[in-house]
Design a binder for this molecule. Structure first.
Ligand code: PAF
Length: 300
């Protein structure tokens, strides 16, 4: 299979290093930054279980060097999806399956009516970018991939092939017939954890202590009310799930706190912002989320 991973961030580097290390595939990593792509010098460093592994991966900033591929794993931030799709055009044709992996739900808006196949990915893989090209694999959570609309025949086969590849490479992956409910389940976890950890400047586990815990629970319950109004059935109790993620990732610095610390644009619009936008359309009050948005905008 010919595969391109787009975005040398934490998740993109983890997927590229893991696929290249395990599977005999035609793999490329596409960066938008030509200077960084050159500096990476066709290799990634994977820190796994305390060991450093050098993984040779072909890295380029020009999608024309790659040409059409069978599978694209799109691992850029939500706000960069539209631009990444334009740059990725040479990779994409009617046979390509694209799987975007983003936090939040904003990216779903730009994934309609595209002339290639699009599934959606939701992953609980833990990855931290230690420096450009150097990624730490923090924990192996489940990855789910699925189509928003039911598919069959060769289109479904492409998804099966992608799941098989990821499983062979050690990224436990399931095909989900109801990916939207998993997208929302992950959204509510991010709604509860990301903004609050960034505002309080604390690791995820600190949200289990009062008064942060109450605020986290309120933010998640507002999100659950929006999901209910949209008719989305969540796969698990979102409050219990969010608290479990806080326990499982107690020492983690959330991606939003990392962005705030680095002075980078946060994903507040893709997470709490997108939730508040849905809530407005449905007349569901989300005052806790609106306050979180205001506070993050003051920080960034
Ligand atoms: O965005 C993040 O940081 C992660 O999705 C999560 C699950 C909140 C863990 O830090």
């Amino acid at each position: 299979m010919k595969i391109a991973v787009i975005g040398p961030g934490a998740l993109g580097s983890l997927f590229a290093a893991g696929i290249n290390r395990t599977a005999d595939q035609d793999l490329w990593l596409l960066d938008h930054d030509a200077q960084r792509a050159a500096r990476l010098d066709n290799k990634l460093l994977l820190n796994e279980n305390g060991q450093e592994l050098v993984c040779p991966v072909r890295i380029t900033a020009d999608a024309r060097n790659i040409g059409p591929v069978d599978l694209v794993l799109l691992c850029v931030k939500s706000a960069d999806v539209a631009d990444a799709l334009v740059r990725a055009r040479p990779l994409l044709n009617v046979n390509t399956l694209l799987i975007p992996f983003q936090n939040g739900i904003r990216h779903l808006d730009v994934l309609h009516d595209l002339p290639f196949h699009v599934a959606i990915g939701v992953t609980a893989q833990g990855a931290t970018l230690l420096s450009p090209g150097h990624v730490r694999h923090g924990g192996s959570g489940l990855t789910r991939i699925g189509f928003l609309e039911p598919q069959s025949g060769p289109t479904l086969k492409r998804l099966n092939n992608a799941a098989h590849l990821l499983n062979v490479c050690g990224f436990k992956t399931e095909i989900s017939p109801d990916i939207l409910s998993h997208i929302w389940a992950k959204l509510l976890i991010n709604v509860g954890i990301n903004a609050l950890t960034a505002i309080l400047n604390c690791p995820n586990g600190d949200l289990l202590k009062e008064p942060a815990r109450t605020r986290m629970v309120e933010a998640v319950l507002e999100g659950a009310a929006v999901a209910k109004a949209l008719g989305i059935e969540l796969p698990t109790d979102p409050v219990a799930m969010t608290q479990q993620v806080c326990r499982d990732t107690a020492a983690n610095i959330s991606s939003m706190l990392q962005d705030v610390r680095r002075g980078k644009t946060t994903e507040i619009e893709a997470i709490n912002g997108a939730l508040a936008a849905e809530a407005r359309k449905l007349n569901v009050p989300v005052p806790v989320n609106e306050e979180l948005i205001r506070q993050i905008k003051k920080l960034a």
